[in-house]
Design a binder for this molecule. Sequence first.
Ligand SMILES: [Zn+2]
Length: 422
Amino acid sequence: MDKLTYIICGKLYDGLAEEFKEGYRILIKNDKIEEVGPDIVQPESAEVIDLSDATVTPGMIDAHMHMDYIDWHTIREEVYTTSEEAKTLAVARTARKTLSRGFTTIRHTGGITSNGFGVLDVKRAIEKGYITGSRIVAAPRFLCGAGSHGDLSQGFAKNPELSMILQDLRPTLGAGKDFFVNAVREEIKYGADFIKIMATGGFFTPYDNPSQLQMNDEELQAVINTAHEWGKTVTAHVYSVEHMKKLIQFGIDGMEHCSLMDEETAQLITDNDIYVVPTFCPYEEAVHYDPVLIQTKQEEYRTKLEYYKDALQAGREVIKNCKCKLGYGTDMVATHQNYESGFEFKAWMESKMGTFRTLHAATKVNSEILQLEDKIGTLEPGKYADIAAWKRDLMTDPYALLDCAFVMKEGVIYPTERCEEL
Ligand SMILES: [Zn+2]
């Protein structure tokens, strides 16, 4: 017997039109949306859910997460002080918490603390219904070189003997074309949905910098070609424009951060139809410069934020005015707990990105980045009934996406939790 659910919406954003529709209803049959519109008859057998005092949206999607830690304050220690099993528990906890916050799908862009296969076990356990959580799309391990942003043993570089041992714990860290060809194939063998590379240095790691190219041309090309041969996309952690241009030339599918963007490169990205997930959260203290808050950051991270402050501010302006296809991702490793995905909405609001552009990024555009656009991302007949609702005003309240009022995934309602920092 089919299970019918009838949702009465206050306002409705469907992931397609830049508007809130009023007086709409959604009819759900089992796990899929059957009808969306103003004149849907309420079937007698349907369970009725009254969300007339809320704004209904597609389930949100966070396209840049690292799910494998318990607390951002201790993330550096957790790399070496917790077992792979404990890291897998952290992934499961993160997936449950993101779901309770209205984010029905999340993309894991490589394990920070782990070697990453736990995320695939959690993903499969959620898909089979053994545990509760957001739908996961994952690159279990990012590919990177020695001393790079992906090499967390660089924190122990002043003790080379120890650093060498720790470096060897990363099987996807290496050098040369052949190494990376094999690493891509292995990732895909174990179940990666896509490939993530650390193309340039970063802000959070202590001894490298965002302007360094940390994989050479041959390595970058080898990763991208191999992934494409195997039918997978590649996304790159990248900051500087010359390196973005290289990746565009080599055929990259998506880029993360891109925080030091200029207009010429933004145009090139638009022309080549490449997705950018700009992850505003980690740079907020530099972009909206806050001399007090920035003092709470770890010293090396703070120093780099200060050094690149003007470039980050200029880059944000370019991203704001660009025509690139922007996705929504939080990348919380040093600002908030990873499951508080609504903070990126606050960051986009405070950069005057506009409510609909932000919601579009977190729904429709992200569904395309995750290659799930025929299943999720909009409220249309035939799509999964992944639905969230919000009591706060999405036009004016930057905290609106941190206070979820209702969440449904594949037609099943789950309990909600508001952000712990509110
Ligand atoms: Zn990241």
